[in-house]
Design a protein around this ligand. Structure first.
Ligand SMILES: *Cc1c(COP(=O)(O)O)cnc(C)c1O
Length: 354
């Protein structure tokens, strides 16, 4: 397919103070878009000025949430701009798409278009330590139709936003609230997809936890509310008696690319045994009581690795690693970010330098 490029006439001023970027409020000069129609396939691939869309109020995605998205980052390094496993994001977009009846995209072409877009927007990649350019590929159903069915028309777009260092004031361990009323997903549902509805459904629990002073929700399985699933929009790891444990990919949790990278780093670089097994929240609290629970952390593109300093479940609260960041958590954070920012050699073939 051909990629048409339409340049913006006026360029925006780039943010002066990169320590105040925050997350997801500033967008670059250009975006990518491509359309789909049943019978025609994907067409009209374009890099064009960033602008509002014109959509019918009957547009299907606005009513029934047929949408999928991805999230990845571009990092400024001495050798150029680094992407971290970007092919895995487009692969996962298609996995989400299959579940949501959204037509498959050509992953290789999508990555080529992203690389082209980044070439045009390279001055938007912030340079201050810990900052990056966050990339948001999204697909929505656009048919103006109120019947409940899968769409015949879709819009795929990629927008870019410079984001600040996630840990502006250092890697502070967070307190998490074990959610025992609401559930995020069940096996057979959409928990393994990045689809808008999953996040809309999680807001009430997140708000409740925030109002109580917690920074994240730890989700339990949707059937028994017994087994740990994931935390906020991160996967979760427990270090127990020298081993790492994380819930297996059974369909209810998001298969994080950071999760997979942490598993490979732990096994291949640090010689740590990693078990992908169901873990009950009761066992975690018991391991803590008997001194076996050493570290807890979440993993995801935004935070990379986020140490957990405390957990509250029903009427019980525990402190983890004395409320401090654990050694393995710190090592994983330093190594992963080191690879992403080109400071540490990448032995896994994860980095694409532009
Ligand atoms: C995106 C996401 C993750 C983390 O995935 P990464 O590929 O590591 O960024 C974990 N859980 C949920 C619910 C997510 O949306």
């Amino acid at each position: 397919m051909n990629l048409e490029i339409v340049r913006a006439k006026d360029l925006k001023l780039k943010p002066k103070d990169e320590t105040k970027l925050g997350f997801g409020r500033i967008f670059t000069d250009h975006m990518f878009s491509m359309q789909y129609k049943t019978g025609k396939g994907w067409y009209d691939a374009k890099i064009r000025p960033y602008e509002n869309f014109s959509l019918s109020p009957a547009c299907m995605v606005l009513h029934y949430s047929q949408t999928i998205f991805e999230g990845l980052k571009a990092y400024d390094t001495d050798a150029g701009i680094n992407l971290f496993r970007p092919w895995d994001n487009f692969k996962r977009l298609n996995v989400s798409g299959k579940r949501m009846c959204i037509p498959e995209i050509d992953e290789k072409f999508a990555l080529e278009c992203l690389i082209e877009l980044l070439g045009i927007e390279k001055d938007w990649v912030p340079k201050t330590e810990g900052t990056s350019l966050y990339i948001r590929p999204t697909i929505i159903a656009t048919d103006p139709f109120l019947g409940v069915k899968e769409g015949d028309e879709y819009l795929f777009f990629i927008i870019l936003t410079p984001v600040g260092a996630y840990y502006a004031s250092g890697l502070e361990p967070v307190n998490i609230y074990v959610e025992d009323e609401y559930v995020r997903s069940v096996i057979g549902g959409t928990g393994f997809t990045k689809t808008g509805g999953n996040y809309a459904a999680s807001l009430a629990a997140g708000k409740y936890a925030h109002d109580k002073g917690f920074s994240q929700v730890l989700w339990l399985d949707g059937v028994e509310k017994k087994y740990v699933e994931e935390v906020g929009s991160m996967n979760i790891f427990f270090k127990i008696r020298g081993e790492l444990l994380t819930p297996p990919l059974m369909g209810s949790i998001l298969p994080g690319i950071t999760r997979d990278s942490v598993i490979k780093l732990s096994r291949d670089m640090f010689g740590v045994n990693v078990r992908e097994e169901r873990i009950s929240i009761a066992d975690i609290f018991e391991e803590n009581a008997s001194g076996g629970l050493e570290e807890v952390f979440g993993t995801g593109t935004a935070a990379v690795v986020s140490p957990v300093g405390g957990m509250t479940w029903e009427d019980k609260s525990i402190k983890v690693s004395g409320g401090k960041m654990g050694d393995l958590t710190a090592k994983l954070y330093d190594t992963l970010t080191g690879i992403q920012y080109g400071k540490i050699k990448d032995p896994f073939g994860w980095i694409k330098t532009l």
